[in-house]
Design a protein around this ligand. Structure first.
Ligand code: HPA
Length: 279
């Protein structure tokens, strides 16, 4: 894989490889975070393409992340799901971290929902809470749009005022009310990881106005907004952040909590896709 190939050329190669495998034209895209991958298995007429069979998408190395691009339907809405994502902390260049969502945009989706597992910063919250992301803090020390701008994708200086689309957030809130699945709201701070934060870092993030912290999502959201794709994001608060709750943090617990909320998350995702997929 050449580092010198343009982003657009890589996108075309990936999209062509996908089009040779499926005719489905997805209307809605979903990125499934840690422990949430099972949603893709419930798609109607699901067709899975392993990342290893698609150019430029590396397979994720994190336990709990399968690596498949999944096509199928929720009711009548054609959907593409990333079953597993790659993270910056795995050592991938940031263009590769956002390649999958750019591919979704190129496949013509009208909106994307990005999900993640996150630590909660509010003492009154609990592991298992679900949170609509209202805004983010990019503290990863990296940015997916550094370097020459790809004018074919978007403008040099994309606006981030409404990075998390109000109408799409409203649809999540409406489904949560109808399904009686309580949702919190808050700002997601993204750090590179892979260590969890120190209690001092968590105190800093609280001062900065964050309610949740994680190691993903923000690069994808920036890349999608660059391409003018409306985005919503949903965090599963899998643990209270370091120093907020008792005890130490551990990935197995993060996974177990996300899995324990799987049913509610699946109902929420389904309901949201049906609403978001309406023309
Ligand atoms: N910090 C960062 N990332 C996370 C956490 C956390 O506490 N929980 C799940 N992902």
């Amino acid at each position: 894989m050449s580092e010198h190939q343009s982003v657009v050329t890589r996108l075309e190669e990936t999209v062509n490889a996908i089009r040779a495998r499926t005719r489905l034209a997805p209307r809605v895209g979903v990125v499934l975070g840690s422990g949430l991958g099972a949603f893709a298995d419930a798609l109607r007429e699901v067709q899975k393409i392993p990342y290893s069979e698609i150019p430029h998408i590396p397979p994720p190395k994190v336990i709990g992340h399968a690596g498949n691009l999944c096509f199928g339907h929720v009711d009548d809405v054609p959907v593409v799901c990333m079953q597993g994502r790659v993270h910056l902390y795995e050592g991938h260049p940031i263009w590769q971290v956002v390649h999958g969502v750019r591919v979704m945009a190129r496949l013509g989706v009208s909106c994307v929902l990005v999900t993640n597992a996150a630590g909660g910063l509010e003492a009154g919250w609990a592991a298992g809470d679900l949170m609509i992301v209202t805004d983010h803090l990019n503290l990863m020390g990296q940015h997916p749009l550094l370097g020459p701008n790809e004018d074919a994708l978007g403008t040099r200086f994309p606006d981030m005022t409404n990075a998390y689309d109000k109408a799409l957030r409203g649809k999540l809130a409406a489904v949560s009310a109808a399904e009686k699945i309580p949702l919190r709201e808050g700002v997601y701070a993204a750090l590179s990881g892979p260590s969890y934060e120190t209690p001092a870092e968590i105190r800093m993030l609280r001062v900065l106005g964050a309610q949740a912290v994680g190691m993903s999502t923000v690069p994808e959201v920036i890349a999608l907004r660059h391409m003018r794709v409306p985005v919503a994001a949903l965090s599963c608060i899998t643990n209270l952040a370091a120093g907020v709750g008792e005890g130490e943090l551990d990935h197995a617990e993060v996974e177990a909590t996300a899995k324990a909320r799987r049913e509610d998350l699946q109902r929420l995702l389904r309901g949201w896709i049906v609403e978001a997929g309406k023309a």
